[in-house]
Design a protein around this ligand. Structure first.
Ligand SMILES: *Cc1c(COP(=O)(O)O)cnc(C)c1O
Length: 367
């Protein structure tokens, strides 16, 4: 037995992919976003099972992530959605990786090194993160045409920043972003770039009627929600469960305190269990005195601060809890469940951060 581990249900990932694909426009392809080690699920394994299902577009955030996939035998397009320092260009070519162009200046530097680099232009339609400014339509067109001759241009994309809600002002903004993107694309139709795209998971939920050559599918692939309020297509479910184990139980009495900073003060006799997971495993320290875990089909609340490698829970009403008893940090136990999205909502973050932060010392098992 391990002290802290996750299990990832590969069939559920495939199911999520198929159900999502079915819910969108039939000629929209799926690009599996497997950056950040597939949102903590293990990039090589996830890319591999999706490749078997026919997925041939993958997205990562860094060149190391891209090389890892290639070396593991992933064959389709692999795009780096963010910045790659210029000294890595040789590897882009060697491993046949598509690089995002973040600015005109970056395009110039890349093109001076080699004409054999595959690239896609990021177009900024309102996020103000990376890309050419979509408001300067003529300049965008000029830059795209110029660098189309200098490198191997595979497409253009933009990123939607409020697609995760269909509330009116957000959807007005999203439609404006899509309009701006279309305006640029319509001026370079003759270049016949293979990929022009703007949908992320949320975009594909709410804006699937807009033509995008692919959906860059991240969070929903893993069965989580772009925003807590979203309703996912029927049958899409989390694929990851996170479990740990009790190392000891003890009784505590009124007046005692629990953990660092003595933030939990005991006011009645309680049975307390210590769980073998901590913030160094990625269990967020903001869960201190908040949140709960599941133990033998019941809720057990967190007492005191999360430590680096351990934390304490209240098992006063869980008589059978003892050394070696499993606890569920994320997942199902009997009729109860905790999703990464639930946990995120307790501490004011998003499910993405919960799963991405699960650290390497938490063992991964695939079922
Ligand atoms: C991470 C990322 C995505 C995936 O977003 P999800 O919300 O997880 O679907 C898509 N596009 C870009 C540019 C990204 O950086």
């Amino acid at each position: 037995m391990d002290r802290s581990w996750i299990t990832i249900d590969c069939r559920q990932i495939i199911d999520n992919y198929k159900k999502y694909k079915k819910s969108i426009n039939q000629n929209t392809e799926i690009m599996a976003v497997v950056k950040a080690n597939a949102y903590g699920h293990g990039a090589v394994k996830i890319a591999d099972i999706l490749q078997e299902e026919g997925v041939d577009n993958f997205a990562v955030a860094t060149i190391d992530e891209a090389i890892e996939l290639r070396e593991a035998g992933i064959k389709g397009n692999i795009i780096i959605l963010g910045y790659t320092p210029i000294d890595n260009v040789k590897d882009l070519i060697k491993y046949d990786i598509i690089q995002t162009i973040v600015s005109k200046e970056y395009a110039e530097k890349l093109s001076l090194i080699s004409s054999k680099i595959k690239v896609q232009f990021a177009i900024d339609t309102g996020m103000n993160r990376i890309g050419l400014d979509a408001d300067k339509v003529e300049e965008c067109e000029k830059i795209i045409r110029y660098y189309n001759r200098k490198m191997i241009l595979m497409g253009c994309f933009t990123h939607l920043c409020v697609a995760d809600t269909n509330e009116k002002t957000a959807s007005d903004f999203t439609k404006m972003q899509i309009d701006k993107f279309y305006k640029i694309i319509s001026r370079i139709k003759d270049l016949e770039l293979p990929y022009n795209h703007f949908l992320n998971s949320a975009g594909g939920l709410y804006y699937k009627e807009y033509e995008s050559s692919l959906v860059r599918l991240g969070i929903v692939l893993y069965g989580l929600k772009p925003d807590y309020s979203n309703i996912l297509p029927q049958g899409i479910k989390p694929a990851l469960e996170w479990k740990s184990v009790i190392s000891m139980v003890k009784k505590v009495y009124p007046g005692e305190t629990i953990g660092y900073g003595r933030t939990y003060v005991v006011d009645h006799e309680m049975k307390v269990a210590t769980v073998s997971t901590g913030y160094a495993d990625g269990y967020n320290r903001l869960l201190s005195n908040k949140g709960y875990v599941l133990c033998l089909g019941k809720k057990a609340r967190i007492l005191g601060r999360i430590c680096m490698d351990q934390f304490m829970i209240d098992v006063t009403d869980i008589f059978e809890a003892e050394e070696g008893t499993q606890v569920t940090l994320v997942g199902n136990d009997g009729t109860l469940s905790i999703t990464a999205d639930d946990m995120a909502s307790w501490i004011g973050t998003i499910g993405y951060e919960i799963v991405c932060n699960i650290s390497n010392r938490v063992k991964k098992y695939y079922i």
